[in-house]
Design a protein around this ligand. Sequence first.
Ligand SMILES: CC(C)[C@H](C(=O)O)[C@@H](O)C(=O)O
Ligand code: SF4
Length: 758
Amino acid sequence: MPEPVAGPRTLYDKIWDNHVVRTQEDGTTILYIDRHIIHEVSTPQAFDGLNEAGRRVRRPESTLGTVDHNTPTANRDRYTDDESFIDDVEARHQVVLMEKNCQDHGVVYFSLADKRQGICHIVGPEQGFTLPGCTVVCGDSHTSTHGAFGAIAFGIGTTEVQHVLATQCSYQRHSKNMKIQIDGTLHPHVTSKDVILHVIGVIGTAGGTGHAIEYCGTTVEAMSMEARMSMCNMSIEAGARCGLVKPDKTTYAYIQGRPLAPKGAKWDQAVRFWESLASDADAHWDAEVFIKAEDIAPTLTWGTSPQEVAPVTGTVPYPSNADNEQRQKAMERMLEYMGLTAGMPIEEIKVDKVFIGSCTNSRIEDLRNAAAVANGRKVSPNVYAMVVPGSGNIKIQAEKEGLDRIFKAAGFDWREAGCSMCLAMNEDKLQPGERCASTSNRNFEGRQGAGGRTHLMSPAMAAAAAIAGHITDVRKLAPIPAGSAAPKVEVGEPHPFAPLAHPFSQVVAAAVKAGKQVPAPVHRHADAKSGIPKFGEDGVLKGYAAPMDKSNVDTDQVLPKEYLKKISKKGLKEGLFKPMRFDAQTGKEITDFVLNRAPYDHAKILVARYNFGCGSSREHAPWALEDFGFRAFIAESYGEIFYNNSTKNGLLPVVLTKDEVELCMQDSFAGLELSVDLPNQVVIRPNGQKFSFAVNPFIKHCLLEGLDDISLTLMHEKEIEEYEEIRKQQYPWLDGNGYLQTDELGRIRVLHEGIADW
Ligand SMILES: CC(C)[C@H](C(=O)O)[C@@H](O)C(=O)O
Ligand code: SF4
């Protein structure tokens, strides 16, 4: 383990230093990963790659599998198996494949029959799998959620998932440090969801790009773990790599007793270590933001990006007040899509649906907050409202507390755990034109269903909208008269961690019963194929550039959710920019959309404005761009996961300044060819003018040579093993804490609620 850098450090720096297996000269680091959570959407191609190369999962006990995105939220009383329960063929296939892959590789898997099943970012913390001081990854952008425990937690793409499965490491570059300090007492009914929406409104969706955000201040210290998770969850909407909070007594109290939390002497040892995890007083911050809690009202979004926020007491903004033409056009487009008029009071916006759920706000505390508002009231007759608990455990807990009865009595639909209407990959979706008050995290065009309109807000505000039939300030709801017949909300016991219907995946369970070993990791790297295409001709790419004259083009726009059900990387070009490229009614090409016109229909370069590829970590987006024929992008900035996903597939995202992008945009509108010269790191305009760009030497090397970085990492396997040995000595609670434990005779034990039995 290399020595940490001397001098004052932030919490992020300290955790980073603790996980460095190896740093290359250019700063690219092989970072050790403690915890890997996997789900059905971002893993099929990763397991395929692993299987093709004859590789095994290096640390199955550090990997946890669940299904969430594609799973129906309908009542599971009659669930027997996935085959008969999931109607959608592609979704079913992904779920079944997930179980098979976990079984084949000995990874613990929470199936639909398991009470622990739920959204990946809910179940990790709930099981005590997420711990302070850890590195946590998942093929999912909202992995930032786990940073609430004082962990470095970030989303990765599918190629990186494969890399982590094979090596337990990830190639990363150190981020800059940003401090967001929030002090003071929040107004009643203002929650951490309002806080994070307010923060994103202040710094913008690209405000955190290149940074790890540490949230601190008295407001954050007073927050519960659940509130901290909701806040860290949306760090990705602020463009940040991750978000974290210093661990403290609130953190330890949440973790203690959870099935995978350290026990006995290891617990004491772990807490001693966790207590050392804090930023030094004189640590350097690359950016600092200070916010007063008293300035935060119940906050919600009015537009189609999470930065378009307004206090509930406000009005829909006027595009004419925008400070530039591009922004004005973007605002006009958002108002049109959202069906809103500038100047109208926010509280006059009527809603058709209400969604209480998602990895942001489906924890027990969120449900309690919403139930407290719904208690004794009725959902407006024009509204369909649903509550989707984040996991089976949360559902059980809520039912124990009577929250389900409150919701049902008020007219809410009470569902089973899953991502549900957050991204509408299953049956739960908005119809075109429908408007939803949603506790989720993304309000992109079509996010909750094609043509659907989303307003992000807190659970209490969403419940209030369901009752009123329009957006309303939850603080205005009159108190319920005494003697109301509704059940009383009681604050119940902490999570029960639920009885286990299926202790873990059936095949592994059967193997255990039969006294068999779960397959041990095998590393075969000599036969590994090197994977990516080499960039350009001798590193130079010349071709037409397609103009995409927009900022904040998110990966939901690049490739809609229905294509995430595909289990191959190929054939995705048909879905590329689908809502912009094809008429929704006729399915015909929209002739004036840029990619439907010559010469752009065979463009190799795409020119966009800032924050291109923000949002979801779906690697399907760069796969679709590649499938169409793109090899390079030019923009002012990118979503970080998208940037990494692109380079892993032989695509080069070039960063130029605003003025340089403007000139390239003009060339592309004029139908001229641009050149991207990677060896010399310049973009060459048709008039010969050159713009130089930066690229990390390791990425450049991989792109020029077409190298697959798993084989490169495994060349350092000895160093990984040495790191693991030291880690075992220093942090024993991180090792072998899975549900499977091997005794001295090599037999496997299954842990039920932390107690080993057979
Ligand atoms: C499907 C998954 C890759 C995606 C993500 O990374 O965010 C999803 O969870 C989302 O919210 O869009
Ligand atoms: S953001 Fe939505 S779709 Fe993505 S993991 Fe969270 S709940 Fe699931």
